[in-house]
Design a protein around this ligand. Sequence first.
Ligand code: HEM
Length: 420
Amino acid sequence: MSVATCPSTGAVTGLRETLDFFSDPGFASKRFATHGDVFETRLLAQRIVFIQGERAITDLLKQGAVLEGWWPESVRQLLGSRSLANRSGPAHKARRRVVGQLFSSGALCRYTPSIQGLIEELILELQQSETPQPLATRMRRFAFAVIATTVLGLDASDRDALFADFEIWTQALFSIPLAIPGTPFARALAARERLLARLKTVLQHSDSSQGGLDLLSGGLDEVDMPLDDDDLVEQLLLLLFAGYETTASSLSCLFRALLLNPDVEQWLLPELLSSPWPFEASHRSPRLDATVLEVMRLTPPVGGFFRRNLQPIWLADVEIPKDRVIQVVLGSRTAEETSDIAAFRPQRHLDGSFNQTLLPFGGGERVCLGKALAELEIRLMTVGLIQRLQLQLLPDQDLSLKQIPSPTPRDGLLVSVKQR
Ligand code: HEM
């Protein structure tokens, strides 16, 4: 086996690269085209290795203890030092075990009626609306409500207050982490304190009649001690961060793709119309599953994530020296617009013509904890909405996608609504 040294952009100070990184959405894809699936550059003082493609990513996800989680300083501070996102090894594993109780199959069965209730509410609102509706905004509200109401058990007023602070907090996630009074980062740190205080009250009053927080009782840390409330609330804050924009994005992109491709909607429709409602999680829906996978292939809700390697590692036969930040890029490779691979064609996942492994939920020790919940939300929403409503795109709107933090249609996906 021949091993290559890591191709580099040759950046010395990283200043030029940093400016390009923030101004050019094609930053990574241009460099992948020049250097291949693994390359190193510098963003300010940070040496950073970008990787893409099934081979390099699966090689990385096999590395286990040689890797640590890594986030930019602003994210690290806003999530907090106790958050499992900022922990590695046994401390990370123990917290995954605790938080994972919120997403067991038993927990999902418990959540299903509440999620269906939120969908019924949305259908009613859409039916009663006399003006065109921004579907993407509705999907964001729904995805937030699933975590806040269904999982955390908040009532409507707590949910609204939480949402307001959460928006302030999110705006500074990828900002300069200097807490100078008046800056977005300082405001976000203050919002974080209020969020944690509210989550702590909710945690202390949780019971099995609302949400799933009672499932967390008795969770133990890495030395088998109960996790204290300060620790638990940081894990709950992470759930809002990880589970809201991502799920809202996949829902908006799914409806956008169906509305832009009526032939696919026609292919999917018989399966959706014959699905039971209330929906049973065990109900088989191969066409819907293929459609969801195709949406995530073309518009991955999470564009990437980071690791740091404590030892040298080899990714797709390229040697990565120790102590690099590695940015995994999950976005789909650019393809000729007319090629089959650029087309939205869910059938490819059923007819054997596509054999790549897609990793929209990551993999290995940090694979998404909320995958089953996200898939349940998407399946329920698609079946519920399409069984009852006919949606039509409003003309003359910008359907292109804003990519950050997760892909979403620029004009909010304006639709008119008719009863089916
Ligand atoms: C379509 C929706 C979603 C997508 C595409 C997605 C994707 C991902 C990805 C790629 C990661 C791995 C990050 C890494 O390796 O560093 C991740 C981690 C995570 N996700 Fe999701 N996610 C989604 C929804 C959710 C939901 C609904 C929740 C919970 C409410 C959630 C909770 C988490 C948590 C807690 C982690 C951190 C796991 C760890 O560091 O061990 N996600 N997600």
